[in-house]
Design a protein. Structure first.
Length: 111
């Protein structure tokens, strides 16, 4: 018999499986946005330049929004985990908006 170990104790509202599923979905959304943007940029032309400029501008805006959301959460006395989650909200919104926009543009070009 091996050494006795205490049972693992989880936080009352811990959702490890749901968190992993949510992270996987977000990862797939990011990958689809990156691939659609790369296709658009690879096509060249004025639309490619506009998409590239938009992408670069969004990075700094998104980073500032995430930092602000996380900092505000910490300033309100919330936990680091809650601040991290708050910091991800602006990034998730932007990724979802970009996915919808780029998907709609792709569908419009096919028609």
């Amino acid at each position: 018999m091996g050494p006795l170990r205490p049972p693992r104790v989880r936080a009352p509202n811990s959702r490890p499986r749901a968190n992993r599923v949510e992270a996987a979905k977000f990862n797939l959304e990011i990958q689809s946005v990156v691939s659609m943007r790369l296709m658009k940029i690879a096509a060249g032309g004025a639309e490619a330049v506009a998409e590239y400029v938009r992408m670069v501008q969004e990075k700094s805006t998104a980073a500032a929004a995430a930092q602000t959301a996380g900092s505000l959460a910490l300033a309100k006395g919330r936990s680091v985990k809650a601040a991290t989650k708050a910091a991800m909200v602006p990034a998730k919104k932007k990724v979802r908006a970009n996915r919808k926009r780029l998907s709609a543009e792709r569908r419009a070009k096919r028609s």
